[in-house]
Design a protein. Structure first.
Length: 359
């Protein structure tokens, strides 16, 4: 057993067992309440720069497979668990959870009292932390942490996934593979472009609609691109997901702020304001759109979080813009809101200016 520690910036220390050869990690410590879907969680680029604490006590029961990664790379900085199963049982399993993290050089700390850790984070709020094998008295106490992760996780080239349906541009701020898959299942001809692609380049691709993806970090860091996002959303039907939702709001004059500890898990209830129906959703974000700032934006709130009343969805009253804070592709999580992709496709078809791959 290799002893290790999670040291938080407020001085709190949690002891556990270090897995693998990588013994140092530094990042924002966040927690996820999902009971399943750990493979999709650790491979989600939105966790770039973060140390993820799993609330569910035992992680790794069904191992890791070759199908469910949301990204080929792992961008999170570390993992903390109560237990890690080293003998997974599933017919698709190829390796254990801890071995998969080791192969990607992601440090993990297990045997931690995650219940106490999560209670601390809920009360105090998200904190910076360090996974280390050094005793707390010897560990470095420099908490400097400043990096933009969207340029790191976004694709560097344009990639085309051909089909015979409407052309859709997926702007990559750190997109999950399952968003691409959801669009492909509807027959869309999808082109993934870097986060900083100009309006002119997107227009040259002759899209029928545009999807702004999820991604890591503070949406305000992308302020140089707000003008481009606004031009795109005024020219084409647009669907924003998670970070994309926040960017659309900011581009049209709203504001955002950081939540105390964020929404991360596959069990977050949201209310559809039009019907009153409640959906269970998958979420992963640390910022929210400020409801009061929407008054002058011409946006209407479409979904609200049941737990804390935060804004979970927007619809523009003039342009074909819709956005949601949660993940309708539901990987990992419930598929309650997957219909939003179909609604986006219908919005494209109703614009009257159809752009198909075969035209």
């Amino acid at each position: 057993m290799k002893k290790g520690y999670l040291i938080l910036e407020n001085g709190a220390v949690f002891e556990g067992e270090l897995k693998g050869d990588e013994i140092e990690a530094f990042g924002e410590v966040v927690f996820n309440t999902s009971m399943t879907g750990y493979q999709e969680i650790v491979s989600d680029p939105s966790y770039a720069g973060q140390i993820v604490v799993f609330c569910y006590p035992q992680i790794g029961n069904y191992g890791l497979n070759e199908l469910d990664n949301e990204c080929d790379q792992l961008f999170l900085h570390g993992v903390v668990t109560g237990e890690q199963c080293e003998s997974p049982s599933h017919y698709l399993s190829k390796t254990s959870f801890s071995s998969g993290l080791q192969d990607k050089k992601v440090p993990s700390l297990t045997g931690v009292d995650t219940r106490a850790l999560v209670k601390l984070l809920r009360g105090h709020g998200t904190m910076k932390g360090r996974i280390t094998d050094q005793s707390p008295s010897e560990a470095v106490s420099d908490w400097t942490f400043s990096k933009q992760y969207v340029p790191l996780v976004s694709t560097k080239k344009i990639t085309h996934y051909p089909a015979n349906g409407p052309r859709v541009i997926l702007v990559d701020y750190g997109y999950k593979k399952s968003i691409l898959t959801s669009l492909q299942e509807l027959g869309c001809d999808v082109t993934v472009v870097p986060f900083n692609t100009s309006f002119e380049k997107i227009a040259a691709l002759n899209p029928a609609g545009v999807v702004l993806s999820n991604g890591p970090g503070d949406p305000q860091e992308l302020s140089p691109h707000f003008h481009t996002i606004r031009k795109i959303s005024e020219a084409y039907p647009v669907l924003g997901i998670c970070l994309g939702h926040q960017l659309l709001a900011l581009a049209h004059g709203a504001t955002t702020r950081k939540l105390l500890f964020g929404h991360r898990g596959s069990n977050h209830p949201v209310k559809h304001m039009k019907t009153g129906k409640v959906y269970i959703t998958s979420q992963n974000h640390g910022y929210e759109v400020v409801k009061e700032s929407l008054e002058e934006t011409n946006f209407s709130v479409t979904f609200t979080n049941i737990n804390d009343k935060t804004v979970e969805g927007l619809k523009h009253n003039k342009y074909s813009i819709e956005s949601v804070q949660f993940h309708p592709e539901a990987h990992a999580g419930p598929s309650d809101t997957v219909f939003l992709f179909e609604a986006f496709l219908q919005q494209i078809l109703q614009t009257g200016e159809h752009h198909y791959a075969f035209t």
